[in-house]
Design a protein around this ligand. Structure first.
Ligand code: HEC
Length: 188
């Protein structure tokens, strides 16, 4: 009896696949992506008003809080990940995310614009189909103040970062590189 059940599951997964990846992607983007410009704007304002060290809470508290609001209202898993995380507790990618981030880096190196890099896929997790979406977060000018080359960072900022993030890997970036990604998992 095992084979027909497997086939049935496979068929239903493929059915969802063919029909809905486009619609799921559109709905996910519409729901989740407004967070991105909100964080970038808040970052620019905070840096201008409070200086870099005073702007740390935007990436540390405000971005995770805005993401949590969408998580709470949708029930989806949403977070920020990076191949070089500052906060490894929150930002360490899983295998699918590592592959996708590596793929984003390859596509960017081949000339694709980092701000349009994204990936959608229906995958099986613990035997159940889930929809996964990832969107690259490129390094803009303002990001360099805290994620640029270590030797270019403000001394008091460096001291504060070291206090909270002794294993910080998130420096050394240049403008236009991919800092990380927003990642979404939706149960189907
Ligand atoms: C004022 C300093 C500061 C600036 C400017 C800044 N960040 Fe961050 N960033 C941080 C801190 C601190 C963390 C760790 C957050 C945490 O504890 O979860 C972080 C974490 C992140 C993460 C989560 C993954 C990780 O490495 O832990 C991403 C993605 C990220 N930043 C992207 C950006 C982008 C994109 C910009 C520019 C729009 C930017 N940051 C600007 C301080 C900054």
């Amino acid at each position: 009896m095992k084979l027909p059940l497997t086939l049935l599951l496979l068929t239903s997964t493929l059915h969802v696949c063919a029909q809905d990846v486009g619609a799921l992607t559109a709905e996910t983007k519409k729901t989740v992506l407004p967070v991105v410009p909100k964080v970038v704007n808040a970052m620019q304002e905070a840096v201008a008003e409070k200086g870099v060290a005073g702007a740390i809470p935007v990436c540390k508290d405000q971005a995770p809080r805005l993401i949590k609001e969408v998580r709470d209202s949708t029930g989806w898993s949403i977070r920020r990940v990076s191949l070089k995380a500052r906060n490894p507790e929150r930002g360490t990618p899983d295998i699918w995310e590592v592959r996708t981030l590596a793929d984003f880096n390859i596509r960017a190196a081949a000339g694709e614009k980092p701000e349009v890099l994204e990936r959608s896929e229906i995958v099986s997790e613990n035997g159940k189909p889930v929809f996964r979406y990832m969107k690259a977060l490129p390094v803009a000018d303002v990001c360099l103040k805290c994620h640029g080359p270590a030797e270019s960072l403000d001394a008091s900022l460096k001291a504060k970062l070291l206090e909270s993030y002794p294993h910080d890997q998130a420096t050394g970036y240049a403008k236009g590189q991919i800092r990380g990604a927003l990642t979404v998992i939706r149960p189907l």
